[in-house]
Write a protein that binds this ligand. Structure first.
Ligand code: HEC
Ligand code: HEC
Ligand code: HEC
Ligand code: HEC
Ligand code: HEC
Length: 212
């Protein structure tokens, strides 16, 4: 009498079972790794934009401050990206026949805003407010890195909960005088602990601080 299954079938059963165990046990590990990897957190990835806007030229070479274009960061939750009108303050005169600024002129004549693509984004269930940070001594550079050296803006921080909490638990390691928040390549001169004491900084650690 022959066995109901050939030995090879038994082997396949073992391989199948083994693979299932690996997927069930290993899946979360792989997923966890992915969630923490630059692939998922989108750090270090430059995003294509409808206009080849270059922070290096505007911030470094032309000396335009962050505040000129991202003034909302001092007043509101979103930092905002400037309107075509603001760009045209200069580009109706400077580089006004370059192909690089052509999409800008089209946007202006057609009265249609430029559709910039987002680089940084926290999920909807997270409350984030620029003003609460920028007016309290947390610098653009601390969260966004050396934007003045980036041909295209890249995300440098993970923007994950652990990253927020790391600073909220010990803000003295990061803060500077509020008048210096737009400075790039800053060297600390005043101890963070003194700034924390003077401004009486108490970043929220409770869940409802960031999940409202
Ligand atoms: C002349 C105007 C201008 C100036 C000055 C400027 N920016 Fe921008 N910024 C833009 C525009 C336009 C965009 C959208 C296109 C892009 O992402 O490059 C942008 C995008 C950004 C982004 C990415 C936004 C996103 O989608 O997540 C960050 C971060 C940023 N700027 C920070 C800064 C910092 C920090 C400074 C000062 C060192 C600065 N910018 C100065 C115009 C400006
Ligand atoms: C305060 C004046 C000023 C403002 C405001 C300004 N630009 Fe410029 N932009 C310049 C100058 C000057 C250059 C020449 C680049 C250089 O320095 O070599 C330039 C160059 C450019 C170029 C050519 C590529 C490059 O970076 O060299 C693009 C594209 C451009 N600007 C887009 C924009 C956009 C989009 C805005 C609005 C978000 C803007 N500019 C706002 C002054 C300005
Ligand atoms: C405490 C960290 C932190 C600081 C400080 C900070 N940012 Fe941001 N920034 C973020 C986060 C987080 C986002 C994504 C916000 C979201 O999804 O709502 C963001 C988004 C942006 C954007 C995208 C557009 C928008 O409307 O929000 C721009 C532009 C920007 N930041 C510029 C700046 C500038 C300029 C400064 C300094 C004046 C600055 N940021 C300071 C964390 C920071
Ligand atoms: C480098 C330091 C730093 C980082 C990173 C940071 N914060 Fe903060 N946060 C602060 C400081 C400092 C304050 C101000 C506390 C005060 O005013 O007493 C603050 C305040 C806040 C507040 C209170 C605002 C209000 O109006 O009550 C919220 C909410 C907040 N942060 C959310 C976040 C979130 C979400 C992230 C991550 C995406 C983040 N923060 C990343 C330092 C930081
Ligand atoms: C300083 C701001 C901040 C505080 C305080 C905070 N969170 Fe978060 N939380 C975030 C941010 C930012 C994210 C989204 C980014 C990420 O980590 O994936 C997040 C994501 C989450 C998620 C989604 C799962 C995940 O890991 O992506 C859960 C669940 C969560 N938070 C629960 C909590 C609980 C519970 C508390 C209180 C013990 C808390 N959070 C306090 C900022 C905060």
């Amino acid at each position: 009498m022959s066995a109901p299954f050939r030995p090879i079938a038994d082997t396949w059963l073992r391989v199948g079972l083994g693979a299932t165990v690996l997927v069930v046990a290993g899946g979360p590990v792989v997923l966890w790794g992915y969630m923490r990897s630059p692939l998922f957190t989108t750090t270090g990835q430059a995003v294509d934009q409808p206009v080849e806007f270059d922070h290096r030229h505007h911030v470094r070479d032309d000396g335009i401050s962050c505040e000129y274009c991202h003034f909302d960061a001092w007043r509101a939750a979103p930092a905002g990206v400037p309107s075509t009108d603001l760009c045209m303050n200069c580009h109706s005169q400077v580089w006004n026949d370059s192909p690089l600024t052509e999409p800008l002129r089209r946007s202006w004549f057609e009265d249609r805003p430029i559709a910039w693509n987002r680089v940084h984004q926290v999920p909807d269930f997270v409350f984030f407010d620029h003003r609460a940070h920028v007016t309290r001594g947390v610098a653009c550079e601390t969260c966004h890195g050396r934007v003045d050296l980036m041909p295209r803006v890249e995300q440098v921080a993970t923007l994950q909960m652990g990253w927020c909490l790391d600073c909220h638990r010990a803000p003295e390691r990061y803060v500077r005088p509020p008048e210096d928040v737009a400075v790039m390549g800053y060297t600390p001169t005043i101890p963070g602990a003194r700034i924390v004491a003077e401004l009486d900084l108490r970043p929220p650690l409770r869940c409802s601080g960031c999940h409202r």
